[in-house]
Design a protein around this ligand. Structure first.
Ligand SMILES: *Cc1c(COP(=O)(O)O)cnc(C)c1O
Length: 364
């Protein structure tokens, strides 16, 4: 029997993660210059990185023959000071996806289950399935998490429950008070992963003090990333805050040196560049308003979003996506999330948003 046939059945059944189409790939296919292509497909920061993060990463390249600090001491110290937690309550990841994967490897196994919402981030089912646990998908309510239904879906063998707030790809958001009340009802053996990848894009009134919950809920892990508002998606740095016992378990399955040296120092510099974060937030608010108004003018329904992207209900999304690609515009089809009538569009620069709206108008 061939080795691949003996791979565990749960591994062979994984539907691989579908990333946004790279600009270079579409340029090759269409014979277009990369500069003529607009990519609004991966929720990346259209401003690029903070100049301070870029300078720090460039500097670190000189030492690339050396292993990075496997414990990430300096970045953890900075995060601890900024967010008022202990360094023992922080885990670093090669992107926050790495942290999500560590959760699965540390807390799940065959014979256990994890709970997530329909239309939630694709990495939750993938991480669950990778380790042979069962994924329990809870039907969404208004495209977002139905907490009561998620609570009811918890079984005796459930060890992890995933919540993205705001959620990707739907942009839906639950008030923090609802999540806090939900946490109060959970059994202690269920680890709740609160994925705040888009937290920096929330308006001030919607911000929550979720780190204050770490002490109260030893079964809570808050996960954040430098990939979105901080503009470091290509460097891969994410982090999680939780009880030191949870962090200790995650560190046992963490790959040594999982965060590379340029990424560590760029993340530190990015944390200090408050001005860049504010600029990213302001650009996103304006761009979101532009997209919402533009889509409304085209009579395209949208799902209200608190992230740096939104779902547009275009009907035959596969066809419209193809016509957009032919015009050099890359957005994200989300049929694999059970949303075949929608395209997910990331908020770009004003000119990029306008290019998308024009291209969409041409294919409706
Ligand atoms: C983008 C995103 C992440 C971040 O992924 P990284 O690995 O940090 O780049 C995590 N969760 C959700 C819901 C996301 O959309």
């Amino acid at each position: 029997m061939a080795c691949c046939d003996l791979s565990p059945p749960w591994v062979r059944a994984i539907a691989p993660y579908l990333p946004g189409k790279p600009i270079s790939e579409l340029a090759r296919e269409l014979g277009l210059a990369e500069a003529d292509i607009v990519k609004l497909a991966s929720n990346e920061n259209p401003l690029g990185p903070s100049p301070r993060a870029l300078a720090a990463a460039q500097d670190a390249l000189h030492d690339m023959a050396l292993y990075p600090d496997g414990a990430g001491f300096a970045l953890k110290a900075k995060l601890a000071a900024k967010f008022g937690v202990d360094a023992k309550q922080i885990v670093l990841g090669n992107g926050s996806n790495d942290v999500l994967d560590m959760v699965a490897r540390a807390f799940l196994a065959p014979g256990t289950s994890s709970v997530f919402s329909q239309h939630a981030f694709a990495v939750y089912p993938i991480a669950t399935q990778t380790v042979g646990a069962s994924g329990i998908t809870v039907p969404a309510r208004d495209y977002g998490h139905d907490l009561a239904a998620m609570r009811a879906a918890i079984r005796d063998d459930t060890r992890v429950l995933w919540i993205a707030n705001p959620n990707n790809p739907t942009g839906t958001f639950l008030p923090w008070a609802e999540i806090e009340a939900f946490l109060e009802t959970l059994p202690p053996q269920v680890l709740v992963v609160l994925d705040e990848a888009y937290g920096e894009y929330l308006p001030t009134d919607d911000r929550g003090d979720t780190l204050a919950w770490i002490e109260r809920f030893p079964n809570l892990l808050v996960v954040r990333t430098f990939s979105k508002a901080y503009g470091l998606a290509g460097l891969r740095v994410g982090y999680g805050f939780g009880h030191s016992d949870v962090i200790d378990l995650l560190n046992r399955v963490r790959h040594p040196f999982n965060v590379n040296a340029p990424a560590l120092v760029a993340a530190e510099a990015a944390l200090d560049d408050i001005e860049f974060l504010l600029r990213s937030y302001a650009l996103n608010s304006a761009g979101m308003a532009q997209l919402v108004a533009g889509l409304k003018a085209l009579k395209v329904e949208v799902v209200p979003s608190k992230g740096n992207f939104l779902l547009a209900k275009v009907g035959d999304a596969a066809r419209i996506n193809q016509v957009l690609l032919e015009q050099g515009v890359i957005v994200r089809p989300v049929a694999n999330y059970g949303l075949p009538e929608f395209l997910r569009v990331s908020v770009g620069l004003a000119g990029q948003n306008a290019r998308f709206l024009e291209a969409l108008k041409a294919c409706l």
